[in-house]
Design a protein around this ligand. Structure first.
Ligand SMILES: N[C@@H](CCC[C@H](N)C(=O)O)C(=O)O
Length: 290
């Protein structure tokens, strides 16, 4: 089958965007893996699918697959690209849209400077709901926040992580120098750690100032990406809870800057602002069954 796609990126986190507003393409996890493959497919960290409104008060459904083919609950950089896509392709004329994801409704808004601000909803802080299996562990309390000791096994180090869900699970650790952080070696161990039953995205945050962090994320199902929007939200939430950050923080990633704002209460929504850019469009021949 021939399918049309659009390639987009947000702070270097790159996406294949598919339009299913006129009908389902009938893709399997293996198709999504092939689309995400940088050698045999188009290449992307995630594949985003636009579907029609699933119900009243909602403009679209937003479906997210990681490059490994697995469907996930949330993708922040993707949400900005999704909003730019539906607006610039003429699927809506609204500046603020309401989008159903697997983990709830989010509200991206196109801003006059060309960036997109997304109301990402409230963070989930209870370990069991991240989900993180904390039984038998003693957390280190700092401010309102907690660092949990995570043994990486096989003689590996024990790292201290804060756990936060932004609809998808994150484990954030503080490092002195993000460029020197052992992301490639410890990232996969944290992603697959048995205390995270749904696996986890592993964030490495360097606090530069109370309004500025540097961040790398080893993403569940995709490996290290140039930026992770939900990872930036989770890191800022963790940093504010630990008393290290103010309510507005610039997050520098290897792919660009994101700005995150959070009021500090569990009932406050996290706002994320950043770029969303078209790269190219094309079509690809996929095997009918895969
Ligand atoms: N790149 C994303 C997150 C995509 C999903 C993540 N890998 C997961 O499995 O939860 C973002 O910008 O938030």
């Amino acid at each position: 089958m021939q399918i049309r796609f659009t390639k987009m990126q947000g702070a270097g986190n790159d996406f294949v965007v598919l339009d299913e507003t006129q009908g389902r393409l009938g893709l399997t996890p293996a198709h999504y893996r092939l689309l995400g493959d940088r050698h045999f497919g188009v290449g992307a960290d995630q594949i985003l699918t636009v579907r029609p409104s699933p119900g009243p008060g909602i403009d679209f459904e937003y479906v997210i697959h990681n490059a490994d083919g697995g469907e996930v609950e949330q993708c922040g950089n993707g949400a900005r690209c999704f909003a730019r896509y539906v607006r610039d392709c003429g699927l809506t004329d609204k500046d603020t849209i309401r989008v159903q994801t697997r983990s709830g409704v989010i509200a991206p808004q196109l801003t006059p400077d060309g960036r997109v601000t997304v109301d990402m909803g409230c963070p989930v802080l209870e370990p069991a709901r991240v989900p993180f299996e904390a039984s038998g562990l003693q957390p280190q309390q700092q401010g309102q926040g907690q660092h949990w000791p995570l043994e990486l096994g096989n003689g590996g180090p024990t790292v201290m992580v804060s756990v936060v869900s932004m609809g998808n699970p994150h484990a954030v650790q503080i490092v002195a120098d993000v460029d020197a952080a052992p992301v490639a070696t410890t990232g996969p161990l944290i992603e697959h750690h048995p205390r995270f039953p749904q696996r986890v995205n592993a964030g490495y945050m360097q606090v530069v100032a109370r309004d500025h962090i540097r961040l790398r994320v080893y993403e569940r199902g995709a490996g290290e990406t140039l930026a992770c929007g939900t990872g930036a939200c989770a890191a800022v939430v963790a940093g504010i809870r630990l008393g290290l950050l103010d309510a507005r923080v610039d997050v520098d990633t290897h792919g660009g800057r994101l700005s995150i704002a959070w009021g500090g209460q569990p009932t406050d929504a996290v706002l994320m602002t950043g770029p969303a850019t078209f790269v190219f469009q094309g079509q690809i021949e996929l095997p009918d069954t895969l």
